[in-house]
Design a protein around this ligand. Sequence first.
Ligand code: GLG
Length: 814
Amino acid sequence: MTEITAPKSPVTSAEFADEIREQLKYSQGVTAEQATAADVYVAAAKAVRNHLADAWFTTQADTVNGNTKAVGYLSAEFLMGKQLENALLNAGLTEQFDEAVKSLGFQPKDIVDAEYEPGLGNGGLGRLAACFIDSLASLGVPAFGYGIQYKYGIFKQKFDEDGKQVETPDYWLNNEEPWGHIDYNRDQKVSFGGEVVEEDGKKVWKPAWSVRAVPVDYLVPGYKSQRVNTLRLWTAKSYDEFDLLAFNKSEYMDAVKPQVKAENISKILYPEDSTKVGKELRLEQQYFFVSASLHDAIRVFYPGQDKPDLTTFPNKITFQLNDTHPVIGIPELMRILIDEYGYDWDTAWGVTQKTFNYTCHTLLPEALEVWPASLIGELLPRHLEIIEKINEQFEAELKAKGVDEATAKDMAIYTGDSVRMAYLATYGGSHVNGVAELHSQLLKDVTLKNFSDAYPDKFTNVTNGVTPRRFVKLANPGLSDLITEGLGTDKWVSDLEMLEGLVPLAQDDEFVKKFAAVKAANKHAFVGFAKDHYGLDIDENTMFNTMVKRLHEYKRQSLKILAVISKYAAIKNGTVSADDILPRTVFFGAKAAPGYYLAKMTIQLINNVSKVVNNDPDVKGKLAVHMLPNYNIEMAQNLIPATELDEQISQAGKEASGTGNMKFALNGALTVGTLDGANVEIRERVGAENFFLFGMTVEEVDKLYADGYNPAKYYEADPRLKQAIDLVAGGTFSNGDRNAYAPLVSDWLTKDWFMTLADFSAYADIQAEIEKLYRDPLEWNRKAVLNVANSGFFSSDRSIEDYLERIWHTGPLA
Ligand code: GLG
C-alpha cells in the first residue's frame, strides 16, 4: 500500500500569502491590490484546497487498492456549514492564513465571513451526515458521502412586519463556489419512465427519458489523520440541452424544455422536516442520486472492468441509508446486478442485503416514506416489479418463520397500492439502527415491532454525536483553550472522552471561575454578532436562554413561549416582586416548513410576543425575547457557546435523538429537558443533579393518550397557563385582534396532540429551581463544567466507532 503522505509540506505565512496572491492573479484575474474580501476568500479557499489535494489522491488510491472496506454514506442532505475555517484547521494552516491575510491588508474574520453558507439540509439529519463524514475522515476510514448538489438549499427565512415567516430562495451558487470540483468526465446516466418488455425470456427496461448525473466533488479533510475523503454531490444536466428542430421553428421555450426538465431534478432541497411529502420530483431526486452513486462505486472499485465480479461488492463498500430517502437503492442494486450484469436473483439478493444498512431517524409514523405504487410504476417500472418480487420472497420467508398471516400482512413491503420504504430498508439490508438508546428501543417495541420480533439480530442502536472540531474547537476557541490548559494537552479534539479529565477541576473554584469568564466572553461576543447581523441590543447581564431547532409541534416551542408569556404576565401583574425576577434573554431560532400552518403561526406568535415584551418599559432589564431569523450553522456556532440554559422540551417519545442537545452540553450550557431522545443519555452521563428534568415520561404519555386526553382540563387547573393562553386569545400579541391566533388557541384547548398543556405546570415549576441555581454563579458554572466534562461520549467520532463495530465491520486504512 502507498505510504501516507502529509498534505503538502507546511508553509510559512509569507508563502501562503504568495499562494493566495497567485490564485487572485491567475485564477480570479484580480491583483492583490484590487482584491476584495470576497476575492481573498475564494483565493484562500483554492489555496488550502491545493494543500489537501495530494492527501486526497493518496486516500483515493488507498481506498481502491487497500483491503479495507469503504463506507458509502447515502444521504439526501449534507448540511456542511461554511468550509474555510474547518479546512484550514484540518490542513494545519490556521495560523499561516491569519498572518497571510493580514499581510494582504485584511482581517481574518472578514475573509471567513465572506463565505456563503451552503444550506443543503433541513436540520439534524443533514447536519449529522456532515458530522459523520468529518469523523470518518478524521478516523482515517475510507468513505464517500453521496448526495445531491441542490441549486437552491433550504430557504432563507425572513419575517414580515406582522411577524410572519417569509421564505426566499437560497441561491447559494450565485457567486464562485471554490470548494466543489465538477467532474464532467465521471458522469452517470440515470433513466426514468418507459416500460419493461421481455426479450429472449429476459426482462428489459426501455426507459423513456434520461438525465446526465454529473458529480461535484468536495474534499473532506480529516483532523490530523492525513486523510481526505470525498463528498460527491450529483448535479443533473440534460443530454439534449437544446432541441434545434424546435428552435428553428422559433419555439424557443420548447427548445430548452428538456434542459429545464432534467435540471429541475437537482434544483431544490425539499424544505420538509419529519413530515411526509408525496412529490414525484422527490422520488426522481432520490433515484437520481442513488442510481448515480451505486454506478459510481462500481466504477471506482472495478476500474476499467467490463465484467467485474460484483459478488465482492459488499467487501469493497458498505452503504448506509440515511433515513428512507435513499432506500430505492435496494431495488436499484438488484436491477443493476440482474439486468446490467446478468446475475441470478439469489446471488443479487445476497449481495444487496450485505451491501445496505438502514438508519431510522424518526418515531413519527408519518415521516416514514410510503410511495404510491402507481408513481413508482410510472417512474421506475422495472423497480416496481423487483419490489413486488422482493415482497413475495419476504412473505414466503415470514411464513417459513411461522409468522401468522395477519401480522405478515401488516408487515407487507408492497401492499398493492403502496410501497413502504422503511420496511423495504429493514428487510433489504443487514442492520437497522435508531439514533439514541430510547429511540432504538421504541423502534423495536413500537414502530418496527413485528420486524424486530422476526429479525431480532438486525436491530441495534448507535447514539448520535457531533464533531468536536466544528462545534467546540472552532465555535468556542475560549473554551477550547481552557480545556487544553486543564488537561495539559489538546488531544481531546480527536479523543473527546478525554474531557472526563476535567471532572476533578469542577471542584477547583479557580478553574470554574475561568470557565465562567469564557462564558461571559462568549456572551459578549454574541451581543456583537447580534448587533451586526440583526441590529439587536442585547443585555449581556441576563441569563442567555436558547431554543434553536426546526419548528415542529412535537418539539414544543409553544410550551416555551407560553411560559415566557406567563412570566411576562407575572412581572406585569406584580405577582413576583422585583427582587425575585431573574433577568433573562430568551432566544428562539427556527424555520417552519413552508406548508406547515400551525408551525408558521407559532413563529408569528413568538415574533409578536417579542415585540410586546421588548417594548414594554415595565419588563425592561427583566425579560427580553428574540426570534432570530434564518437559524443556520453559523448562528449555531455563535449562539451555542454563549448559551447558559438550553431547551430540549419535546414530548417524550417523539424526538428520535436530537444533536443540538449534545452541542449545548459540550459547550457548557445546562439543559432543561424531558426524558426524550438523547436527553436521556446526556442526563445519565452529566448526572441527574446537573440537568433540569421535567415532564411526562413515554409511559405516562401513552397512558394519558389511552385514558383520553383533555387539554382544557390543564388550562382550567393552572392559573399561570390560563392567563398565558387568555392573553394570546385576547389579542395582547395581535393589537387586540382576537382572531389572529384562533387556530393555535383552539388547537391547544381541544387537541394539543403533543400535550404541551399537560406538561406546562411541571415546566413552569422547574423555572424556580433553575433561577435559584443561577443566582449562585459558582455552583451554576460548576455544573456547567461537569456537563462539558461528561459529554465526551457525544462526539461523532464515537458514533462512527460504534457504526464500525456494530454495523459496518470495517476500520481505518492501514
Ligand atoms: C432527525 C430527528 C432528530 C435526530 C436527527 C439525526 O428528528 O431527533 O437527532 O434526525 O438523527 N429529521 C431529523 O432531523
